[in-house]
Design a protein. Structure first.
Length: 88
């Protein structure tokens, strides 16, 4: 497996945030984000969990019916989204 530099990982995280920012009203599944990045699902999930720990993304694990989902969805929290809109 190829090792990625910290700079590359940072750029990929920024790409994830831009993907989610482009569609703020829609929560995306991990595989949808992975397709946009052209990376595998597990690596993308690792990056998303890191962003969640830093507070940049929210993980959604319940569907509209209130049942737990097997797959996770991701979105940008409202406070982060507002700050991104205020500071272009």
């Amino acid at each position: 497996m190829v090792r990625l530099s910290e700079k590359t990982i940072k750029l990929l995280k920024e790409d994830i945030l831009s993907i989610l920012y482009e569609r703020p009203l829609v929560s995306l599944f991990t595989y949808q984000i992975a397709q946009e990045l052209r990376r595998d699902n597990e690596f993308t999930k690792k990056l998303l969990l890191s962003l969640k720990k830093d507070g940049f993304v929210e993980e959604i694990y319940r569907g509209r019916s209130g049942k737990f989902l097997a797959r996770r969805k991701w979105k940008i929290p409202k406070n982060i989204l507002q700050s991104m809109r205020d500071n272009p």
